[in-house]
Design a protein around this ligand. Structure first.
Ligand SMILES: CN(C)Cc1ccn2c1[nH]c(=O)c1c(Cl)cccc12
Length: 124
């Protein structure tokens, strides 16, 4: 299948898409020192059937699948744009879940990974 660009994608468009992919993959693949992949619980929101109150408490529910979908369909205009979706998700997790819960602690850890990765990618 020959894919001829009618118009060559602008350089910074591909640079941005590479940075967005790197940020997403870094969070998705992050493992703690014991080798546990923290992102797995964040892949899919809890079901409305099992957790109806979740959708009362959390006004803007979001999960990794939604962020992944937005990445695939080029809906992010900047790194900060994607970071704000990650921060929203982790804030949701810290709002709904108890501070002594594993998901609360994992949200804080992954939020730090997101912010550190953003800073590193900004320098490149
Ligand atoms: C107890 N149960 C609802 C925890 C649980 C189970 C799954 N998920 C949560 N809590 C969340 O906040 C959450 C978020 Cl942000 C994104 C994706 C999945 C989530």
């Amino acid at each position: 299948k020959i894919f001829l660009y009618s118009v060559k994608p602008r350089k910074n468009a591909t640079v941005l898409s590479q940075k967005l992919r790197t940020l997403y993959d870094t969070i998705r693949d992050y493992k703690d020192p014991k080798g546990r992949q923290l992102s797995l619980i964040f892949l899919k929101l809890p079901s409305k059937l099992e957790y109806p109150d979740y959708y009362e408490v959390i006004k803007r529910p979001i999960d990794l699948e939604r962020i992944s979908q937005k990445l695939k369909t080029s809906q992010y205009e900047s790194l900060d744009d994607m970071v704000s979706d990650f921060v929203l998700m982790f804030d949701n997790a810290c709002k709904y879940n108890e501070p002594d819960s594993q998901i609360y602690k994992d949200a804080l850890m992954l939020q730090r990974v997101a912010l550190q990765t953003k800073l590193q990618l900004r320098e490149d």
